[in-house]
Design a protein around this ligand. Structure first.
Ligand SMILES: [Ca+2]
Ligand SMILES: [Ca+2]
Length: 305
């Protein structure tokens, strides 16, 4: 019954959102349609797809804003993928929303005072080991040097002097990462390693991981006591029913002991989300991606192509 109510709620919300989107779309296009009468249909379709993809991000934000209960899990409205939803005669839109708080925020390796955060560093070292990345210490030291503002290298790290000596590298950023793409620029990180790491890392969020979206390796990296199969138990369990409180972990077999090792590092609510949209109108096709901070309803990152 709850699912049915959820679906009804989602349908109503979608109708409202799509109506708002179409109104905005029509007003934005009325001027350009007059001016662009002589332009090709493809260009017109592409422009419409642009506004539709952008509007989809706004719909995602509306859906997130509407969610104010005490947990965030995959049985909620925001988590339902919107696939090929028709807009107007020729338009179709896809919208997906995923939380980012289940990933480890690597910018937290260095705290606001410029010092290394030992808890986050241990977490990252464990994650790199679990993912079988060679020389975890060297990678983490290079990451710390990339982020911290000084130019004194960590024991196995790399600062401005090292980057200047390597023709294949640019300069050391000495600041937090804006996107995970920057990992490709950090000394010692190759493409295969970055690809392995991406599902488990983020550049947003706090020290607590989102229990309902964290990957098994990220959960496992939280404490030495947790092994991969115990972490995978969480991933399987939340597919059936998301956790509405961290305490529910104690109900999993064997978890009454593991629980105390990581309960303070977990949260059932998420705050940072990635919204992806994919819109097509006739021959036009555009994709947009945004990162939003839910509690402030703010847009932290936006890209459309
Ligand atoms: Ca929620
Ligand atoms: Ca530095």
């Amino acid at each position: 019954m709850k699912n049915l109510n959820n679906q009804k709620g989602m349908a109503l919300l979608l109708v409202l959102a799509i109506t708002a989107l179409l109104t905005a779309l029509i007003s934005q296009l009325s001027f350009s349609t007059l001016v662009d009468l002589r332009l090709t249909e493809t260009y017109r379709d592409s422009t419409r797809a642009y506004y539709l993809a952008k509007g989809g991000i706004q719909i995602g934000q509306m859906v997130l804003k509407d969610d104010s209960n005490s947990y965030d899990g995959n049985n909620e409205l925001w988590a339902q993928k919107i696939i090929n939803y028709p807009v107007g005669e020729l338009g179709l839109i896809n919208i997906t929303i995923v939380p980012l708080d289940g990933k480890i925020n690597i910018n937290m390796l260095v705290n606001n005072s410029g010092n290394i955060d030992a808890v986050v560093k241990d977490r990252c070292l464990r994650l790199f080991e679990i993912l079988e990345i060679d020389d975890p210490q060297g990678h983490i030291d290079a990451l710390i040097d990339w982020i911290d503002t000084d130019d004194t290298p960590q024991p196995a790290g790399a600062e401005t002097e090292y980057y200047a000596s390597q023709t294949s590298l640019g300069s050391c950023k000495n600041g937090p990462l804006d996107t995970l793409d920057e990992l490709h620029l950090v000394a010692g990180f190759n493409n295969i390693e970055v690809k392995k790491l991406l599902p488990h890392l983020s550049v947003y969020g706090g020290k607590k991981l989102h229990l309902n979206s964290a990957t098994a390796p990220a959960l496992c990296a939280l404490a030495e006591e947790i092994n991969l199969s115990s972490a995978e138990m969480i991933v399987e369990q939340r597919k059936i029913k998301p956790f509405q409180s961290v305490e529910e972990l104690k109900l999993l077999p064997g978890w009454d002991t593991f629980y105390w090792a990581i309960n303070s590092f977990l949260d059932v609510k998420a705050n940072y989300y990635r919204i992806n949209t994919d819109a097509s109108v006739g021959d036009g096709h555009r994709r947009a991606s945004a990162t939003v901070q839910k509690d402030k309803n703010s847009l932290l990152y936006f890209r459309i192509n």
